[in-house]
Design a protein around this ligand. Sequence first.
Ligand code: TNX
Length: 553
Amino acid sequence: MKKNALFPGLVLFIAFLLAGCTGKDTSQVKENAYPVIPKPVKLVKSSGQFTFTPQTEIKYYPDHAGLKDIGEYFSGMLNRSGGFTMDVAPAARPRAAKNSLLMVLDTTLDMNPEGYLLNITPKTIEIKAKEPRGIFYGIQTLRQLLPPQVEGAAKAENVTFSVPCANIEDQPRFPYRGLHLDVGRHFFPKDFILRYLDMMAMYKYNTFHWHLTEDQGWRIEIKKYPKLTQIGSCRKETLVGSWEGEKEARYDGKKDCGYYTQEDIKEVVAHAKKLYITVIPEIEMPGHSLAALASYPQLGCTGGPYEVATHWGVFKDIYCAGNDSVFTFLENVLTEVMDLFPSKYIHIGGDEAPKDRWEKCPKCQARIKAEGLKDEHELQNYFISRIEKFLNAHGHNIIGWDEILEGGLAPNATVMSWRGIKGGIAAAKMKHDVIMTPNSYCYFDYYQGDKDKEPLAIGGFLPLKKVYSYEPVPAELTPEEQKYILGAQGNVWTEYMATPDYVEYMVYPRACALSEVDWTPAGEKDYDDFVNRLKANLQHLKVMGVHYRPLGE
Ligand code: TNX
């Protein structure tokens, strides 16, 4: 009899343990309760959960503007989606009180400046890091542990905003974790760029490479050269379907225009800064410059007239390397660019610059002779090195596509290896920093499924699993040389992506896979486990209204 009387109490006690120490029911905790992407270095699960309520306090120590901003960023999310306001205030001491989230800066921690410690117990949450950016990444992890409704723009009904208990120690593998976007082929409105950055932050990307100038459109306002946007930001029409050469080409007959004002750019850069993302602008040279040539024909070798391109490909008309006014123009453009972008790096392109015009141009030939150069490839090196010198003198470093290795490498350049990994290997061996973006693993403009079932893309085949399998450090490098590999970047060329929805479809979830390549130690990666986490994690993107490509097709 006595025994039986104990039994219901025991059941209740076990149920209480299972439900977590708060005694709340577990129904709000996700099925895959730890769907964090990129996968943290170390995550120890524990029972119980912490529940955010209007009484939860967000505290930070020491009193620091960056921490206050992060606290408000997080409370803003729960304010929109949960409809409640939490207090954000400095703490008197670095100890978490009951029902609080405490963020602590601790410069004595022995970890990477982007790393963080996150401890979730039923009563408190503590995030510790050396720098605010580490705290910010701890918050992103916390966000992914919350129900996906946390991403909502309006109050979600019947949701308990709980996170499962855990102890996490985390830091990135690479210091450069990039995503790129080509706004030259198609222009995307400022609001979409802000959203693109929001999504990047969730996956702990820290660099946005903004490809701002192209043959088909110049997208950045330059006060000194108004025609760049008056003329260069518009094309008279656009190719329909894929580019098979001029004979087969059909055009839509519709004018297509767009550019960012300097105010827009400042807003994007400020938004990125709050998300701990650096924006690297790319001003292409000497190739992919038809829109600039159409605006100022004297910048080309033949003098024009030129037209903003209406189809895709590589064009022979490029900036004239024999013409000093080209350097004056570019230096003036870059001066405004440097004022707008605090980034240490400025990307100067350097890819796909046919030498046809330079071969026939007397001024270019005279320059080759006067400078004692061997050929037009060395002339390209002269071009890039001259621009590099200008940017270095103003405190900036250049990044260029791997073609900048041809004809000699500018002394301080960082190389973006895109035509496979050869360029990256060569540059690292020359003791230059490298960012890996090989098209075989990092080109999100390639098909991600069966070509016949997918919307039109540029070609190639890059399914999610292949992105995930990428190892950015080439085995050919010695341990010393490997240190020059800063990280990997996903490239998003938009010849065939005319709308924001289509960009999202091409980028997600492949960018989720690449985030793990950039963040998680190679030995911790596991594709099946990634897909499991992704299934739950994608619900966040769903609530955000992101048009990602569904899994399993
Ligand atoms: C090559 S990647 C290019 C781009 C194209 C892309 C298409 C690179 C440096 N140049 O101009 O958009 O291929 O995949």
